[in-house]
Design a protein around this ligand. Structure first.
Ligand code: FDA
Length: 303
């Protein structure tokens, strides 16, 4: 119930304005967001690199309402890719296709993604495509598929909660995708997704077995110890090396565990968001931790 309310709040523009201008939010934002500028994000990336942890930089922003905004976001991503190549080698970029205009014009979005992929390829940087709400999921997947043969290193997130998840994974027959398996962070209908948390975890464990057996270099985007221990156990049974897959976690969440896994010899990548459009991202993080509801109410009343 609380999760649903926070996810509804994530979509509300009036609340966005109210929460964004409340100084109470500042501390919480800085826990989950690296800063507003690319330089700040690069500084965070280097600090994590020094601990043996890789990063994926995410320029915050989603669901543009004008195509000009999607072109500007693409330019900013191209700058980010160049900065990575120069100052933080090994980092990837994570992008939401709604930010490149997938909901407005799929072919324009595909043009932007192609430009990003070509620049990233020249710079030796990998692009990771986030998976958003199921209203743009099929378009996102179709756009990714178009470019997979030419840019096979590109990674795509897949949400275990979605009923179609396994079907989607099996549907890749020619080039096998590199995926990031996550539970799923969006408010979805029961027809589309499993909504019970324990059932989502069970499905995550089931898909982990399949993914480790069938897909190259998978990433597991989770902070759930049950899921992490399961990945370790199955990989061990299959005789995989600790570097054959990676754990991915969000900036600001379970930092000790991130360092512990890196110290154990696993590859760890932290998703580092930066930029000024942090509201929907922050609300999804709140929804994952209902204890944060109190904060949210305070910022509403105090704003
Ligand atoms: P779960 O929510 O059960 O959390 C396990 C434990 O982790 C909690 O008990 C708590 O200790 C800690 N924790 C989790 N979230 C927290 C938070 N916000 N604040 C504080 N503690 C927290 N989703 C999506 O739909 N599309 C996508 O593209 C992505 N991409 C993505 C990338 C990466 C690198 C990660 C780690 C996650 C995503 N997600 C995502 C989000 C994902 O779907 C999911 O919502 C969160 O990872 C939370 O689920 P967990 O698997 O961590 O389990």
């Amino acid at each position: 119930m609380i999760r649903k309310l926070l996810l509804l709040a994530a979509e509300n523009k009036a609340l966005e304005e109210r929460v964004s201008r409340n100084p109470l939010t500042k501390g919480l934002v800085s826990r989950y967001v690296a800063g507003t500028t690319l330089d700040e994000a690069i500084t965070v990336a280097r600090k994590l690199n020094a601990k043996g942890i890789d990063v994926s930089l995410d320029l915050l922003g989603e669901t543009v309402s004008e195509l000009e905004e999607s072109a500007a976001a693409t330019d900013a991503y191209v700058d980010t890719i160049h900065a990575i190549a120069e100052k933080a080698p090994g980092a990837t970029v994570s992008v939401k296709l709604s930010q490149l205009g997938v909901a407005l014009d799929q072919s324009v979005c595909a043009g932007h993604l192609k430009r990003m992929l070509a620049v990233a390829d020249q710079c030796g940087v990998t692009v990771e495509v986030d998976m958003e709400h199921s209203s743009v999921g099929p378009q996102t997947l179709a756009t990714y598929r178009t470019f997979l043969p030419s840019f096979p290193h590109t990674r795509i997130a897949q949400q275990a909660a979605l009923r179609r998840c396994q079907e989607n994974l099996i549907s890749f027959t020619e080039v096998k995708p590199r995926i990031r398996l996550v539970k799923g962070a969006y408010r979805e209908n029961l027809d589309t997704a499993i909504c019970n948390a324990d059932e989502v975890t069970a499905q995550y464990l089931h898909l982990t077995d399949w993914v480790l057996r069938h897909l190259p270099d998978p990433a597991f985007g989770t902070h759930d110890s049950t899921c992490i221990d399961h990945v370790k156990a199955v990989a061990n049974q299959l005789g995989l090396d600790r570097r054959d897959f990676e754990f991915q976690m969000l900036y600001g969440v379970r930092r000790n565990l991130q360092e512990q896994l890196a110290a154990e010899g696993y590859r760890v990548r932290v998703y580092v968001p930066f930029g000024s459009q942090w509201y929907p991202y922050l609300m999804r993080r709140m929804a994952e931790r209902p204890a944060n509801l109190l904060f949210f109410l305070r910022s509403l009343i105090g704003g």
